[in-house]
Design a protein around this ligand. Structure first.
Ligand SMILES: [Zn+2]
Length: 414
């Protein structure tokens, strides 16, 4: 909504928001170009809007001649249909979700490109994916936030209490926004960071003593958006026995660099969201120790990383891939929740949300997401993923966040 334009302009002029980390920068290294994390008003019309998504999914379904099936699997808080597209008839299911943060817009576009490819291509790779996998994609899982071009959804605590009367005296959850954030004013239209609303117990019902909660605690499924994703996940578990792979598409800060270089990170990957439930740190989720597959998550990430490195021959930007910070404990995210439930899990964090980059680099960044997704699907479909070395995951370069600290960024940007 109302971006803080004047403030942002000052920061752009000063170019002051980015400072490279001296410790990792060789003395001969050129300084990176100026980069600002300050919110500003950017055009975003090149990205697929909600209305355009409806048209495009309908088109893909028609031209796919029955390969792609689109269905409505719920409603957002403001009554927008939650859409799902399914392609392939294979025994392994891959669930892909995008734009749970409504200002993170390359995911839906990459998913549409992928559905178009899988729905229409007669290449051997497309055929193998369709035969070995069932790909289930939910391209815009926070459509109200997407329409407002902001992180949070469009829902008040009073609406939550009306739906869950047992919360009548509970305080609002910690992830309820009522004040300005990332240049968006939530005071008139409050909302929640729905990417902290998942709970590893898929049958969980909200209890007043679990509020306000915190980032390192599970969420509550209080939003219709996360309820819809959970219900899809459960129905896929029932149909396939397990959801083999879960991929969630996000954006992060605009000014991170590849360590020791002046190159901005195109995207970061991660397969680590919660402590291993078989260890003392993960004891709170010990009941999931048998289903948790951290090595498989690493292999899936390596598949995406390798595909992007191979594409760097065509465009060096595809080679600027780093590992997302690994010291996270986020059981309330879809990734943490579904990983505990047995899915191999992959996080994509693309450079820059709309308030910093707008549609700049849109085509390249969207293509990078597509290449990573295709790398994972191809590797799972061929069985190659099982032969990838999980240790290669630990060799992916970390992300140089400059002067920004983990504490400041995890809650804000992922
Ligand atoms: Zn995000």
């Amino acid at each position: 909504m109302n971006r803080m334009r004047a403030l942002a302009l000052a920061a752009v002029v000063a170019g002051s928001a980015f400072v490279p980390a001296a410790a990792t920068a060789p003395l001969t290294m050129a300084a990176p170009p100026p980069c600002s994390e300050e919110p500003r008003e950017n055009p975003i019309s090149e990205f697929t809007s909600y209305d355009e998504l409806l048209v495009e999914l309908d088109r893909i379904e028609r031209v796919s001649a029955g390969r792609v099936a689109v269905e409505t699997v719920g409603e957002s808080n403001r009554g927008r249909d939650m859409l799902l597209a399914r392609v392939g008839t294979g025994p392994k299911v891959v669930l892909v979700t995008a734009e749970i943060h409504g200002n993170e817009k390359t995911g839906p576009d990459a998913v549409l490109d992928l559905l178009d490819f899988l729905g229409t291509s007669d290449s051997s790779r497309a055929k193998q994916i369709r035969e070995q996998l069932t790909v289930v994609a939910m391209p815009k899982i926070n459509p109200d936030g997407a329409a407002l071009d902001r992180r949070g959804n469009d829902m008040t605590w009073q609406e939550v209490q009306a739906r869950f009367p047992q919360l009548a005296t509970a305080p609002p959850s910690w992830n309820y926004y009522t004040e300005p954030r990332q240049g968006d004013d939530y005071s008139e239209r409050p909302g929640f960071d729905v990417n902290r609303d998942y709970n590893p117990d898929l049958d969980y019902q909200p209890q007043p003593q679990d509020f306000p909660g915190s980032s390192d605690r599970p969420g509550w499924f209080i939003s219709p958006e996360t309820q819809a994703v959970r219900d899809v996940y459960r129905s896929l578990q029932a149909e396939f026995g397990a959801v083999d792979t879960y991929i969630d598409l996000h954006h992060q800060g605009a000014c991170y660099t590849v360590p020791g270089t002046d190159r901005f990170v195109t995207l970061s990957l991660s397969g680590k969201f919660v402590a291993d439930p078989a260890t003392p740190e993960g004891a709170a989720y010990a009941e999931f120790a048998d289903t948790f597959r951290p090595e498989y998550s690493k292999q899936l990430n390596v598949a995406a990383y390798n595909a992007l490195q191979a594409a760097a021959n065509r465009n060096p930007e595809f080679g600027n891939i780093t590992l997302y910070p690994q010291d996270t404990n986020l059981p309330g995210t879809g990734l943490g929740t579904f990983q505990l439930n047995g899915s191999g899990a992959v996080l994509f964090e693309v450079r820059g949300q709309t308030q910093t980059l707008g549609e700049q680099h849109r085509a390249m960044l969207t293509r990078a997401v597509y290449i990573g997704l295709d790398g994972i699907l191809s590797s799972v479909a061929s069985g190659q993923v099982e032969h990838l070395d999980p240790a290669a995951y630990d060799r992916i370069p970390p992300t140089d966040r400059g002067k920004q600290t983990m504490t400041a960024t995890t809650d804000i940007e992922n």
